[in-house]
Design a protein around this ligand. Structure first.
Ligand code: ADP
Ligand code: ADP
Ligand code: ZN
Length: 216
């Protein structure tokens, strides 16, 4: 039997995690578990978790660890024998330690770290448009949909995320550098980390990721 792939994709906001996740899922058949998508769905359904998360997300702040950990733990438990791709989780050392604890029986197999300089991320974030239905990510400059303003996959009208402003990005980058970047060293020490230059073309980034995952 092929080995189960339990992947983490990490990187600053706008690095291309969502874009690459879509391609990885298609090629490797893993389940996409995006904590950001989970929160956005909870917000649009006005669930208690959604209402709590919204107050943080709107400000560009991280949602508290306890809330986030429970949400992702439940999603992982539903994967059963299917491998998964964690996109946007873990984002703190406490989340990473909790993840290691509840995946003891079937641990993480690789961590893909997409690198991109802060200065390049502003343009990407302000020109990002997303599909509120399937979560696909587009860009007014680098990844236009086939029909203006419409999702290629499900034909839903594209929207701009409420937190995709320059102001919120500043706060999110600060949170990334102080809370999430330490995970690079954490996973590197475990021999799981693969860093990739996220400023290359989408297809070049994906080729590099594919090679890493095929080598596993
Ligand atoms: P981006 O694609 O810009 O990196 P995400 O869609 O992953 O952003 O996340 C959007 C927001 O949701 C984050 O700014 C944060 O407020 C919240 N969030 C997502 N994942 C986590 C997490 N693991 N821990 C805490 N907050 C999170
Ligand atoms: P993240 O999930 O890490 O926040 P996204 O995958 O949503 O990032 O990408 C952020 C924006 O940049 C989107 O508008 C996306 O279409 C665009 N984008 C993603 N990867 C690249 C790339 N390699 N080159 C140029 N633009 C990209
Ligand atoms: Zn869609």
């Amino acid at each position: 039997m092929e080995k189960k792939l339990n992947i983490i994709i990490m990187g600053p906001p706008g690095a291309g995690k969502g874009t690459q996740s879509e391609l990885i899922v298609k090629k490797f058949g893993v389940k996409h578990l995006s904590s950001g998508d989970m929160f956005r769905e909870a917000i649009s359904n006005k669930t208690p978790i959604g209402l709590e998360a919204k107050s943080y997300i709107d400000k560009g702040l991280l949602v508290p660890d306890s809330v986030t950990i429970n949400l992702v733990k439940e999603a992982i438990s539903k994967c059963g024998k299917q491998g998964y791709l964690l996109d946007g989780f873990p984002r703190t050392l406490i989340q990473a330690e909790a993840l290691a604890e509840f995946t003891k029986e079937s641990p993480i197999t690789s961590v893909i770290n997409i690198e991109a300089d802060d200065s390049k991320l502003v343009e990407r974030i302000v020109s990002r448009r997303v599909c509120p239905h399937c979560g696909a990510s587009y860009n007014l400059i680098s990844k236009k949909p086939l029909v203006d303003g419409i999702c290629d996959n499900c034909h839903t009208k594209l929207v701009q995320r409420a937190d995709d402003t320059e102001e919120s990005l500043k706060t999110r980058l600060k949170a990334y550098h102080s809370m999430t970047q330490p995970l690079v060293e954490y996973y590197s020490k475990q021999g799981l980390l693969h860093s990739i230059d996220g400023l290359q073309n989408i297809s070049v980034v994906f080729d590099e990721i594919s090679k890493i995952l095929e080598g596993k």
